[in-house]
Structures are given as C-alpha cells and as structure tokens.
Design a protein around this ligand. Structure first.
Ligand SMILES: [Zn+2]
Length: 693
C-alpha cells in the first residue's frame, strides 16, 4: 500500500484531517507501512526479521499486525492503539477498524485461525472477532461485540455473542437467539404457552362434566367458596370442611385473658392466631362476629388485690387496660364484643338457676355445683371418660360435692371479697359459667367456632359444653380450635410454673410486629420456642418483606414508565399464583407457616422482576398483592411510613449536602450511622433512595 493510497484513505476516513503532513502522525499510517515491509520479508521466509519489524511497529504504534496477515487496500485504523491482527487474517479493501479491536483466534491448531474480513467492513471499537470464519462485504460490527460465527454480507451484527440485527437493510428479529442465550422475548412466550396449557387442562376437565358443574365453574357460588376451607376440629380430631351455620357469616368465641397481671408471651399466641383466622374469614368474604371476653373476677385477681392493697376491681381495671394495649400492639382487630364477667352477673345467675331447675346442678352450703354424672357426654372434647378424668386430674377435694369431678358454678364470698347477690346467698360465679353465658348472649345457643389455648380443653371447655348443652339442649360450638403452647427455656410458658416473659417486656426487646410474625411463622397446632435466634430470624424475615414493599412503593411512584410494558402482564399473572398458594395454605387449617412461605416467595419474585426499568403499574400491582396478603395475617407494611422517618430523611439530606461540598468524611460517617440503624442507601440518577436492610 503506497503513500498516496494511505493519504487518500486517511483523507476519506477522517473528516478532521487537514494538512497532508498530518499523515505522518497517524499510527495507522506507520503500522501499514511497517506491515508492508514485514509482510514482504514474511513472504520471503525471513520469519525472524519479519517478526522483528512487526514488533518494532507494535512498540511504536500500539497496533500489532502479524507479518503473516494479508491486508487489502485502504485499511484505516481510527484512533490507533490496541488493535491486534492475527497471523492468518485476511483483510479486504477499504476496511475501517476502531481502537481496541482484536481480529484474533481462539484455537491452538496450526492453520487458518483468524477471520477473513471482506471489503468495506466497519469494525467498531472493542470488537473481538474470534475464529477462522468470514465477515462478509459491507458489514458493520457494533462496538463491544464479540463475533463467534460467520457474519453474512451487507449485515449489521451487535451484542455478546454477536447476532444479526439488520440484513440487506431489513431488521432481523428471528435470529436474535443465535446460540442458547436467555432471551426475554422467548421467556415471555414460554410463560404464555404454560398459561394456555393450564387453561386447556381446566377446560378439558370440564368437558363431559354436568351442566351444573360447568355453571359453578363459571360462576362460583358461596358454597364453592367455603368448600375448600378445612378446620381441624378438636372434637372430632380431624380436619373438617368449614360450613358455617349461616351463609357468608361466621361466629367465633375466643376465651380471653384473666386480668390479674400483664399478659405473658404465651397469651399472645391465641390472640394472634385467632385474629388471623378472623382476618382470613373476612378476606374470604364472610361477615365475622368475634367475641373475646375478659375474666375480671377470679381467685387470682382477689389474691393480687390483697397483696397490693388495691381493690379487686382496681386490679382488674388496670390489667384490662394494659392487656388492651398489648392486643392493640399485636395489631389484633377489635372484637365485635369484649364482655366482662362483672357486667354479666344477672345472666350468669339466670343460667345457674336454669341448670338447677333442669337437674344438672345442685346447691350445697351456699355453693352451687354442676353434677357431671348427669351429663353423658362429659369428657367428649378431651376424649376421656369420667373415670379417666378423675384419675388424671388434680381434683380439689370438697365435702360439699357429690362427685369428685363436679365443678363450682357459684361460690360464697369470704369476708372482704367482692360479692354479688343470688338466690344462694352473696358470692361470685365460678370460672367456667361466664363463657357459656356470654357465648349465648352474643352469639346464640349454637355458633361456629370456639377457640382458645390447648390448656383450656380440660376442664374449661369440657365444662362449658356441659353447662351450655345441658341448659340449652343444643349443640354448643360446632368447631373447636386450640393453639399449642409457647415454650421458654424448653418448658411450657406459664405463670403458674413461674416460667414466663411478659408480652410488654418482650415487645420492648423485639417489638410487637416481630412477635406477631414469629407466632405466624409456625403452624398453630405445634409448640414453638420463644428463643432469641427464632425472634431474630422473624425480625429479619419481616424486614425482608417490608424492604420489598418499600422498593415496590418507591417504584410505583418513580419508575420511568407509567403503563405495563411488554411481558409485564405475564409477571402480574405469575404473582397471582402466589395468592393462590397463600389461600390454599390458609384453607388447609389456617397453615400460616406455609402462607408466610408464599409471601416470601412473592417477595423473591418481586425483587427479581421489578426495577427502575419496570412500569409504575407493575410495581403498584405487586405492592397491592403483597399488601393484601400481609393484611390477612395482620402484618403491617405501613409501619415504616408510620415510623417517624423525618430523622432518617434529614440525615440522608445532610449526607447529600456533605457530598456536594466534597466533605466525604462527614458523608461516610452519616452513611455508617444509617447503616447501624439498618438503613441501606442507594445512589441513583434521580437522587438517593434509602431502604431498610
Ligand atoms: Zn372460656
């Protein structure tokens, strides 16, 4: 390639070229000149000298051209430097190569290892053409591409690995997936194909089914809604379909706390579980009548009053108030009714009288007892007969009783004790009668679900059944649900065993939402261990969910596009599958552990599929789904917003200011401080975003 030819080429390729003398300043000019000498020597088998010239040229120009390479007329290497042209390369006429390109090879075999470049080819900066294939005439290779196979003539290729996007002036779409490489379009198509198959399966199941079934499928009625719900009934010891007494409505009675002290963590479990049961029933479209009492007169309250110098009523008032604070902290919905024993005295006296009249109770020395030998079904809930119960129970010996298992309905007041008047003298009711009375008053003689802790099965619930069914002559509760214990130090948490932690103290250490989440993370019929490691894992799990909600909330307001983008409707569809899984778990005897797992999977899916490149609508849709599921379990996602975040916002602002003033020491100190508080910062083009880690 002569001097004149070089001059013409440079003039043509570089619009910045002005003076002919400049030609000597182009590395490309020198590289081509040296290569002409090297190649001449190479062809005459002076291999060492040829290579020497090539290497001198490389040190001088920064362009390495093997002396063996064949180069056509009019090669121009723009910006010079870093170009490597391999030994068996053949380059056609009028080729333009930008800096950093490699026309190399990957094989170690002797023979043709480098590409053949056609005429009028443009090779962008940083391109690698690796292999002995041909790059056709008039082709263009986009910057940064890695070419691993033949490039047809008149085409444009881009990407890693490079693929043809334009050929003979037309866009090429079908050849996007040149080798196996994840392609978003193909992924969307596959997902759609899966959905179609699923729909076809459902349609084929309906083919041949009765007309009625097809109609039910198209328009699910209320029975269809409840048919899937199963509750483990302590009475039958198996999971039963939940069919409510009244369509679309459910009645629940939950035995509440005795208010003689702060609640302990063991008390929190039935509160949280049955609140979640109620929330799920609401989610399924039921109206729920939820009654939870306070036992505000009891031996324990009287003893507490004696030791503290307050009256029993004052003790009960104080701890009712404190219990309500805890219950609110746990985010339990307010019961439809929360009656107190001391306010239901007339009804209690009436029911005791009715039991005496019917021959199920008897008076003895100012006390009234229930005669358990008169009630055939006594022991049915606990699955034991009277003899077994007598043998197993620590029965209070009392000469006034006819049978050891008889229990007290009314007891006479001792001097100084609170008292109410009755046909049997002044006194107060026994513990069990209140629930029979309140359930009847607020829910009716028969209702749907009676719930409480496992330790209430006997004697409390057994006695409630005996009282109510004897008095009313009807089935009392239709489904009995009992939650298992909370263990502390490997033992059941219990006030009487002096192995307990108050809910208040625990809430100060771990917060109420974390305790609620910890309780929900296990199935209610298995015991759980209240241990620091379990609580920590609940805490990080809850934060993971909140963090995801925070990101979704942010993107739903700040993402670049407004409406759903291509492929996003498939993501929305996929997200609905997590709702299905959640509902299936809850339908299966309120398996909150699996329901929480479905939420975690949704979080994982959302984290993987939503970014600032998503649409706001997608982020909003996933946020709505996540919030809906969390609301069913009483997990509040708004807490971060409800928290006072102004302090964090202020710190973030101060850090920005410090960075602007190049005071990086202060900026880093603020970042560390925020990190200690569990706040992560992300610097984005549109500002700084903070999230909970
Ligand atoms: Zn009760």
């Amino acid at each position: 390639m002569g001097f004149r030819q070089q001059l013409e080429t440079i003039k043509k390729r570089d619009p910045a070229f002005k003076s002919p003398l400049e030609v000597f300043l182009y590395p490309s000019f020198w590289a081509a000149g040296f290569h002409a000498i090297g190649h001449w020597l190479y062809l005459r088998r002076r291999f060492f000298l040829a290579r020497l010239v090539s290497q001198l040229s490389r040190s001088f120009t920064g362009i390495e051209i093997h002396p063996g390479a064949t180069i056509g007329r009019g090669l121009f290497i723009d910006h010079g430097m870093g170009v490597v042209i391999g030994e068996t390369c053949e380059i056609g006429d009028d080729v333009l190569i930008y800096q950093g390109a490699t026309l190399g090879g990957t094989g170690k075999d002797v023979g043709k290892r480098h590409p053949t470049i056609g005429n009028n080819v443009m090779i962008g900066s940083g391109v690698k053409i690796l292999g002995p294939f041909k790059v056709g005439d008039n082709s263009r290779i986009g910057a940064g591409s890695v070419v691993l196979r033949e490039v047809p003539a008149n085409s444009t290729v881009v990407g890693v690995p490079a693929r043809v996007v334009n050929r003979n002036g037309k866009r090429e779409v079908n050849s996007l997936d040149q080798i196996k490489f994840p392609d978003p379009l193909i992924m969307d198509l596959n997902r759609l194909r899966g959905q179609i198959t699923e729909l076809e399966k459902r349609i084929s199941q309906l083919e041949g089914a009765s007309k009625k079934r097809v109609e039910r499928f198209l328009k699910p009625n209320k029975n269809e809604r409840t048919a899937g719900m199963k509750i483990y009934n302590t009475m039958s010891r198996k999971k039963e379909d939940f069919v409510p007494l009244i369509d679309n409505s459910a009645s629940m009675y939950v035995c509440g706390p005795t208010v003689y002290d702060f609640l302990h963590v063991g008390n929190a479990r039935p509160l949280v579980i049955f609140d979640s049961v109620r929330r799920y029933l609401l989610h399924k479209g039921f109206k729920v009548n939820y009654v939870q009492n306070f036992t505000d007169i009891d031996d324990k309250i009287i003893n507490r009053a004696k030791s503290s110098g307050a009256t029993a009523l004052e003790v009960a008032d104080l701890y009712t108030m404190e219990a309500k604070k805890d219950i609110e902290g746990l985010n339990c919905l307010e019961p439809t009714s929360s009656p107190r024993v001391t306010e239901e005295m007339d009804e209690i006296v009436k029911m005791i009288q009715l039991l005496i009249d019917k021959g199920y109770a008897y008076e003895s020395e100012g006390s009234v007892f229930y005669n358990t030998s008169r009630f055939d079904r006594y022991g049915r809930l606990s699955g034991k007969n009277l003899d077994e119960l007598v043998a197993g129970a620590r029965v209070e010996k009392n000469e006034d009783k006819k049978n050891d298992m008889d229990f007290v309905l009314w007891k006479p007041a001792k001097p100084g004790e609170p008292r109410w008047s009755s046909p049997w003298g002044e006194g107060r009711p026994g513990w069990h009668i209140e629930c029979s009375v309140m359930a009847k008053k607020y829910l009716g003689e028969t209702f749907d679900i009676h719930a409480g802790g496992e330790d209430l099965i006997f004697p409390h619930h057994e006695n409630e059944i005996a009282q109510s069914e004897a008095a009313n002559g009807k089935t009392f509760a239709r489904y009995w649900m009992h939650v298992s214990f909370v263990n502390l130090n490997g033992m059941k948490m219990s006030k009487s065993l002096n192995n307990f932690l108050t809910l208040r103290d625990a809430s100060e250490e771990y917060s109420y939402p974390v305790i609620r989440f910890f309780i929900l993370s296990a199935h209610y019929r298995s015991p759980i261990d209240f241990s620091p490691s379990q609580l920590r894992s609940a805490q990080s799990g809850l934060e993971r969910i909140k963090n995801c909600a925070g990101v979704l909330r942010y993107e739903s307001e700040n993402a670049l596009s407004e409406n759903l983008l291509e492929g996003e409707s498939a993501i929305v569809y996929d997200a609905s599958q997590f709702v299905k899984r959640f509902e299936m778990s809850m339908d299966d005897d309120f398996n909150t552990a699996n329901a929480v797992a479905a939420i975690f999977d949704l979080v994982k899916y959302a984290n993987a599929n939503v970014s600032s490149n998503s649409s706001r609508k997608l982020a909003k849709s996933l946020l709505d789904t996540l919030s809906e599921l969390c609301t069913v379990l009483g997990i509040s996602l708004d807490e971060a917003a409800a928290d006072d975040t102004s302090e964090i916002d202020e710190l973030v602002r101060k850090r920005q200011e410090a960075r602007k003033n190049k005071d990086y020491k202060t900026a880093d100190a603020i970042r560390d401080e925020l990190s200690k508080r569990g706040i992560a910062l992300e610097d984005r083009a549109d500002g700084v975003r903070w999230t909970y880690k």
